[in-house]
Ligand binder design. Structure first.
Ligand code: ARG
Length: 585
């Protein structure tokens, strides 16, 4: 139970004893921390229901609660709000218990198996910001849900089977027709070494896609190549392998730099073997129709508020696309991972796609559509309010973005005189961590469904609601504890007495409620909110209370324990957000 669950239980019993429903006793942290620690507004609704005076009902409840020694203060405010405060002894005890149990702040849930589909980069296509947000939000959700006890399987779900593969293959065929992959009837084996480099690949894709856009004959070549690849043409499959391997090697490095990692590196192509059986099954279930040479599934339902167009399962060329691979991937995941739910952390602009895929899955009986969730996110915009682009107006490459952010991080560290005179490797690692913290916290601190503006100067500031500020707060607590230890001062029993100590304790004890919100709403920003509040409460405590140099040994030991608890929870919460704290900076 979280602290507010426990208080709701106590207050609920008092409501019950006064003849009202237990639910009326719901307690939450006070909206006005200057007036009360906790509040319960249940008397108002209860009074309305029974046409009674809310203040009088509240008085009855309060009279009972005053018997309870855990409360320092219980009072009625305004029309019938109940204000509560715990005694300092009770707060101290609770922080000590929370500190031992750590993890979840008392919140628990029934564990589930969840496949988390995030990342979603496409082979050879540059990563755009949508992919970056997917990686950042997905990684945080994975860690948060895991901490809550879920078995989470993170899958990158590479885009490696669509039209872009045919565009690339046909591009290479036009550029270098002499390669053995293209010889008529070539069955392999083919050379083990890749015929091109990653740089070639990155150069080929934009050229190919532009050419296909401009020239229908060229686009036709790409479509035919896609179909031949999917049909298993050996030279094309061999080339495809090279393209994927080159891309994946680069992706692994870039994601690792962001402290993002996946349990599964599967892709659309992995479900290719399931496709013929799936199509036959969908046909047998009467879900497939022919339309202009393509196989489609109609999904519109009566009562639809917007138009849900049919999906093209197999195009007129005979090739399958994004819908078919996503439906087949559900079949694969159900067989392989036996999930309770499947989450997709993907750009909100794909909402229709997922609605279609979920409907098709439900209709075909593959997986219930209400257990498939599109955890969508808004866009990261440039200062012009449009989706972020590079200065040259191009799509942003993940590598370039990481370099850009790390450059800024180093600049800020140098300006602030931090991480000075460290061994070079350590400076580099601190820089990387500051960069990751800035980027991730800026992203995660907004509700995922809102758009936000990429403002590197602001993200990288050591002041305000930023990743660097929080890293600095965590590092400062670490060094405070080290300083204490060197002076022979070690943490001891908690004896909360000062207002700043009380506030910090309350901040620590809000963790469970924030974990619940983050998990149930699948919204990491609640945790960002929490860790920022906590760091601020710590700052006020640090400014208002002597710690290492406090003369009374018991008070000093208590304050060190409180600082240690704050430090631990800040680092724990940051870790759940995918943000690592450097040892020093
Ligand atoms: N590769 C896709 C894209 O770039 C994202 C994949 C998201 N996941 C999924 N199961 N569709 O748009």
């Amino acid at each position: 139970m979280t602290l507010t669950d426990e208080l709701s239980d106590i207050v609920g019993q008092a409501f019950e004893a006064e003849g009202m429903s237990k639910a009326a006793g719901a307690v939450r942290f006070s909206d006005r921390p200057d007036l009360a620690q906790f509040q319960c507004n249940g008397a108002l609704a209860a009074a309305k229901e029974r046409k009674a005076n809310p203040r009088m009902l509240a008085e009855g409840v309060v009279a009972r609660l005053r018997q309870d020694g855990r409360f320092r203060e219980v009072s009625v405010a305004g029309p019938g709000f109940i204000n509560l405060a715990l005694t300092d002894e009770d707060l101290s005890r609770r922080v000590e218990i929370a500190n031992l149990a750590e993890g979840l702040g008392g919140w628990t849930k029934a564990p589930e198996t969840i496949v988390l589909d995030y990342g979603g980069p496409n082979v050879a296509k540059p990563l755009h910001v949508g992919h970056l947000r997917s990686a950042i939000i997905g990684e945080a959700l994975k860690r948060i849900l895991r901490a809550a006890g879920d078995d989470v399987i993170g899958d990158i779900h590479l885009g490696d089977w669509g039209l872009q593969m045919g565009q690339l293959i046909s591009e290479l065929e036009l550029r270098r027709p002499e390669l053995p992959y293209f010889a008529a009837g070539a069955a392999g084996p083919f050379p083990a070494a890749a015929p091109i480099t990653l740089a070639d690949l990155e150069d080929m894709y934009p050229a190919a896609s532009a050419a296909c856009r401009e020239d229908p004959t060229r686009a036709d070549l790409a479509r035919k190549a896609t179909k031949a690849l999917q049909d298993g043409k050996p030279g094309y499959r061999a080339l495809w392998r090279h393209f994927v391997d080159l891309s994946v090697a680069a992706l692994r490095r870039d994601y690792a730099d962001l402290d993002v990692d996946f349990d599964l590196w599967k892709g659309e192509a992995d479900v290719d073997p399931l496709i013929p059986g799936m199509i036959a099954d969908l046909e047998a279930k009467g879900l497939v129709e022919l339309s202009d040479g393509a196989k489609i599934i109609r999904l519109a339902e009566e009562g639809d508020k917007k138009e849900i167009p049919p999906i093209i399962l197999v195009n007129s060329e005979g090739a399958v696309g994004y819908h078919a691979t996503d439906i087949a991937t559900i079949i694969d995941r159900v067989r392989t991972n036996r999930p309770d739910r499947i989450f997709y952390v993907v750009d909100g602009r794909q909402a229709l796609h997922f609605e279609q895929v979920f409907r098709a899955s439900g209709r075909a009986g593959y997986f219930p559509s209400d257990r498939l969730e599109h955890l969508w996110f808004g866009t990261m915009n440039g200062k012009d309010g449009k989706p972020f682009k590079t200065r040259a107006g191009g799509v942003l490459k993940l590598r370039d973005l990481i370099d850009l952010v790390e450059g800024k991080a180093l600049e800020r560290l140098t300006e602030s005189g931090l991480a000075k005179d460290y061994p070079e490797a350590e400076t580099r690692e601190v820089t990387r961590k500051v960069a990751v913290a800035a980027l991730k916290f800026a992203d995660l601190s907004n509700p995922r469904t809102t758009d936000y503006v990429f403002d590197l100067d602001r993200f990288m500031s050591f002041e305000g609601k930023t990743g660097p500020y929080l890293l600095y707060a965590a590092v400062r607590i670490r060094s405070l504890l080290v300083k204490g230890k060197e002076a022979g001062a070690i943490p001891g029993a908690l004896r909360i007495a000062a207002a700043e100590e009380r506030d910090l304790a309350l901040s620590l004890l809000a963790f469970g409620d924030m974990m619940r919100l983050a998990c149930e709403k699948r919204m990491p920003h609640h945790l960002c909110e929490h860790v920022f509040n906590l760091a601020q409460a710590f700052s006020r405590f640090y400014a208002g209370c002597r710690i290492v140099d406090e003369p009374t040994p018991e008070v000093r030991a208590s304050r060190l324990a409180l600082a240690a608890a704050a430090g631990r929870q800040i680092e724990h919460a940051l870790d759940l957000l995918g943000i690592a704290v450097p040892a020093r900076m």
